[in-house]
Structures are given as C-alpha cells and as structure tokens.
Design a protein around this ligand. Sequence first.
Ligand SMILES: Cc1cc2nc3c(=O)[nH]c(=O)nc-3n(C[C@H](O)[C@H](O)[C@H](O)COP(=O)(O)O)c2cc1C
Length: 409
Amino acid sequence: MGGAALLPRRPWAGRRVVLGVTGGIAAYKAVQLARDLTQLGALVDVALTRAAGAFVGAITFEAVTGRPVRSDLLAPGYALDHIRLGRDADVVCIAPATADTIARAAAGAASDLITAILLATRAPVLFCPAMNDRMYSHAAVQRNLERLRELGYGVVGPAVGPLAFGEGQGPGRMEEPDAIVQYIGRALEGTTPLSGRRVLVSAGPTREAIDPVRFLSNRSSGRMGYALAQAAWRRGAEVTLVSGPTALEPPVGPALVKVETAEEMKDAVTRELPGRDVLVMAAAVADFRPAHVAPEKLKKESRPGAIALEPAPDVLRSTRAARPAGMVAVGFALETENARANARAKLESKDLDLVVLNDATVPGAGFEVETNQVVLLDRAGGAQELPLLSKDEVADAILDRVVSLLQAR
Ligand SMILES: Cc1cc2nc3c(=O)[nH]c(=O)nc-3n(C[C@H](O)[C@H](O)[C@H](O)COP(=O)(O)O)c2cc1C
C-alpha cells in the first residue's frame, strides 16, 4: 500500500460502554469484544456475574480494558457502583447473556450487579443471548426475550452455528464480537439525520462472461461501498447493499443482494430503487462486455484472436428516470487522466448530486487498498479535497455531505 501510514482510529474516544458478562461458554469471546471496544477508544467497564468468573477471570478483562472490573454488588467500598455505572453509561451490552440473567432482567430483578445496573441506566441496552439451542428455543426463554424487547432493550442474535459440547448447529451461538461492535456503534450513534432513511448502496466489480469459465472484470474490491453501507446503517439508516462478487464479509445490518453482471446490477438496483432517500453507486460496473458468450470453454487450440465487445448497461443512466423525487444520488468516478473534468461531466450527464472522484494514479487511492484519497464534487461547482483517509473515514465524510444535501431538500 502506498501513502502515509494512518493513525489508529479511535472514533469512540470517551464513550462509556458497560459490558456485562454472564456465565456461559461464550464468555471467552467477550474478552475479544472488550478489547475491540477499547481499541476504538471506548471506556469499557466490565461487570461480571459470579458465574461468569468461573469461565473467564476479572484479571483478563482488566488487562484488555485497562480499567477495574466489578463483580460483587455488595462489596464494601463499592456501594454505589451499580448506580454510577448505570448512570454514566452511553450503552450497556450484556454479552454473553445467559438464560438465567435474561430471566432476572425480564423480571426487573436487581439481585446482582448487572441487573442492578440495568435498572439504574437510561442508556440503550443490548442483550446478546448465548446458550444451547434447546435452551434457547424453550418457551420460557422466548417469553423472557420478548419481555426484554417490550422493555425497549435490543436483542442481538443469536447466530446459527456450531454450539458447545458438539451440540448441533441450532440458533443459540453468541453473535460474533465484530457484529456486536457494529450494533454497539449504532446504539452509540443514537438518533441521527439518517435514522430511518432508506439508503441503497452498490459495491464491487461486475463480471462479464467470455465463456463458462472466463470473464472480464476489474480491480474493485468492494471495500468503499461496503464501508458506506456499514456506516449508513450505523447511523440508523435502513440499508440495502447490491454487491458484485467480492471477498468481503457481508456488512452487519444491511440487507445484501448479490449480483454478478452489469445487467443483474441494473435489474437489482432498479428493483430496490422505489422509496429510497439516498442512492450511492460505488460499484465499478463494467463499461464493456463480450458481444457473444461462448457456450463452451474456448479451447487453447482455437486461438481466439480478439474478443468483440459491446457496451454493458449503464446502471446510473438507466436508473435516472426511476429515481424518486428528492432522492440524493451519489456516483463514483475513477479516472486516470483529466480527472476533474471527466468527473464533472459524469455529474452532469448522470444527473448526480455528488461525485466522489478517485484518482487511480494517487498512491493509496482507488482499488484494492484500505485507504482512499478523494475529491467530492457537487452540483454547485464545489470541490472538497479530502486527505488520505481510511475507507471508513471517507465513508463518514461522504455521508456527512449526503446529510447536508438531504437537509437542503
Ligand atoms: C459448562 C457450563 C456451560 C454453561 N453455558 C451456558 C450457556 O452458554 N448459556 C447459558 O444460558 N447458561 C450456561 N450455563 C449455565 C449458567 O452458568 C447458569 O445458569 C448460571 O446460573 C448463570 O448465571 P449468570 O446468569 O448469573 O451468569 C452453563 C453452565 C455450565 C456448567
């Protein structure tokens, strides 16, 4: 990767997260969660149930968070900790949440430090249930989870996957720490100008078949579009991501529609467009595709001299008439020459509100890298030059502009 090294990002500096850890096998994953939250800058106060202490020691959490860990509600010297922790929290997350703790919380009990904190807080609360699938599907647990939802608490997961003791693949596994971090992020954002807005993002390359095994494609990794979809969801939007083939994990929260060709990308975007407030087309859609797709694999011996190309569907242009009134439309331009003039021409010809210009000749910008350096061109003739940033930071800067455009409507 070219360009300057980026400083580690600490977007949650000073935010207070109370992490309640209860007595299940998945408590070991809470260590990773505590570490990830701390690395994002959050002040993480871990509260353990007595049972949790049988699975993971307080000292481990103290080492990864750099903060004291509390366990005992009735410890002399810490009499008001449950009130202080509950009052000061920006978010409370119970991960893993056992059936037992879920039952106590659903009943409004305050018999241990975690349930007492839950009554003392007015911050958003997330429960991440983790248990055997038969325990999870029991009517009592389901009823208690329903009660938690009625109380306004969020329930994250559980995931479906291998359970402890070789106990099958049912739902019951704690959601992965990466995903929980995103839910905590969304809770920390609270209500934002994007809350409830309907956002459509496209990402990744397309593949245009030459024969059944070969295709034309491009170097898009999808990272920029995935970062945008994730960031918009974190800010409270309802997001659909239409993605060409990528090696990336799906973002947490957005609905994902997978496509392969420019034609499929156009169809999916057209289908998803009605009722959207924002369209961000970060996909690198093929401009050309083979005019004929060979029905069988082309043989080496056939020595095909040239592949005839035809224009692929222009997704931005073809969706132009179908865009809902008032929609904010953002396109991307990747240029290697006359960058600004070409990007401005794209803004006009495709009737966009904002064009994000990547100059592929800038080290650290464009395809296949974690960073990007872009210029945001708007309809009023403005050009906002951003420094070299991580794609997450670029996504936030683009969304800040989208918010201003929405608010100006
Ligand atoms: C080895 C072992 C693993 C356990 N794993 C879980 C679990 O994953 N989920 C759960 O709800 N309970 C699990 N339990 C039961 C809880 O530890 C028990 O209900 C305890 O009272 C929970 O207390 P707490 O909610 O205060 O932490 C497990 C028990 C043992 C012995």
